[in-house]
Design a protein around this ligand. Sequence first.
Ligand code: ATP
Ligand code: MG
Length: 650
Amino acid sequence: MSNETLSNLLNEERRFEPPAQLAAAANVTADAYARADEDRLAFWEAQANRLSWAQPWNEVLDWSNPPFAKWFTGGKLNAAYNCVDRHVEAGYGDQVAIHFEGEPGDTRTITYADLQREVSKAANALTELGVRTGDRVAIYMPMVPETVFAMLACARIGAPHSVCFAAFSAEALRTRIEDASAKLLITVDGYNRRGAVANLKPNADAAADGATTIEKVLVVRRTGHEVPWNADRDVWWHELVDRQSDQHTPEAFDAEHPLFILYTSGTTGKPKGILHTTGGYLTQVAYTHHAVFDLKPETDVFWCTADVGWVTGHSYIVYGPLANRATQVMYEGTPDTPHQGRFWENIQKYKVSILYTAPTAIRMFMKWGDDIPAKFDLSSLRLLGSVGEPINPEAWIWYRQNIGAGRTPIVDTWWQTETGGIMISPLPGVTTTKPGSAMRPLPGISANVVDKDGDIVPNGGGGFLVLDKPWPSMLRGIWGDADRYRDTYWSRFAEQGYYFAGDGAKKDNDGDLWLLGRVDDIMLVAGHNISTTEVESALVSHPAVAEAAVVGAKDETTGQRIVAFVILRGGQVEDAALDSALKDHVSKEIGPIAKPKQIQFVAELPKTRSGKIMRRLLKDVAEDRALGDTTTLTDASVMDLIASKLPHAG
Ligand code: ATP
Ligand code: MG
């Protein structure tokens, strides 16, 4: 990416200061940056002390063999004990850990004492099934409390879990099971989605049939419908787990003991088994959850709407919030069942004070219309978060106005499966935010923007986002593939020793960071680098547009031409006049070079289950070629619809 991108960037001048009341009582204040800069390792050591350790560490960071980091070496702890037992021991057993809301409206209230019993029983059950410390357990589960019990039970006995999205196919599950050689598969009969039962067991069976390492399949009964049963392999959760003792003594494991493997969502290619370990990971997710969400365990109700099968669910439903003794909401279903106000109804019902969701959801709510959230009492909200993609400034403003009543701070959090926890984000009591900017690295985290030679760009410059110092929750590798770990993340800027995140970014004149999307998505039009994020944000800033995805398709004269796929807001009519109005709008906002050659109005965009737009598939359509791998798509039929609307790309 070159500097010409930058002069094109939208000129965003709106500024939002932290509310005085929040700032006055904030968990983390501005001095944290200076303290962390002064002595980064001492800073993280202090954060590690939020946890309960069975044995203290000898060394904070061992970086003698980069890029393989070890944090808190010699220390021992149990992640499940930290997320559950210690809160009960401290007298908070009656505090609600999870308000579960099923899609059909059934509810469960799980206190920390309940959680301790359920996790202990599940840990005893895993042991009875022959799972030992170090064995891998695959979890193919939807958004139900047993998913959390299962993950924590694994952590409790030191068996790394590998959670696979419930929406993934049997084949996607099988390849993940085989890659990790998982011994046990935990699944459900089915779950509720869009008012119907999603039948999961046949997929689990097909995956287990093909994956030779699986010995047993432990099945939670959620929907109660009839499912195929293999008596040699299948075990009902309610039969095995319920008869176990609810006492279980957690063993302390080494800080570097593997906690989980999580396969990246596969937006760009073959999924990678990202490995996370225990001490550093738990330290960073607990600290960042405390700092970024300003959680007050006595009064807040936290709701992260991510699926637990995504890293956001691991770090900000399970490990971060529970380590911090949060009370949270867990919701099984979709935002539009039985009506498009379901999220807002949940917030009203549970008095949610902190909401963490994704730009893709926000743009969908914009499309559905402002009148829907307006019908609910959202006055309990005091903080809003965003994760997953760059948030378009207009979506940011809509979120603040319509959900946050124009008063809640928004934390736009940049991070990845690989980083384990949040890396770049405002601090809600400190940062004056700019809509669309993730602002700056958190205290104790170091990031920068470099050019293609690895030289740091000055303020006002743009290039590649790098992480230039190790951080506690960094991935420890790719499961079983040390070379791929080095090649993927550390070879691009090997000389400087930087971790290459794969994302483009710019630094504005104040040095604040603006994420520009994946480097692979950057378009090259007539010799100019243009980021998809910029063009999409320009389109979304037009009042008729709810969501846009832009790709660069091969073009004989200009190298690439910009093709935009646009979803309109409710009530808008797609016609030639709007087509040219949108093209002119982009031209006016960014410059004539960024004007889309072609605009295609669509009803849906292809997305991964984590809600990210899969631009490579749109590019396949725009270039009129067979689609690449669609296995991680939420709904593959979306592509047929789009392709049928775009018979010829040229
Ligand atoms: P794969 O690596 O397999 O293609 P993925 O990158 O989609 O999958 P994740 O680790 O869930 O899987 O996503 C991390 C990526 O999401 C980041 O690298 C970045 O591109 C994007 N992202 C996440 N949060 C933000 C944010 N706040 N602003 C901009 N981009 C974000
Ligand atoms: Mg990625």
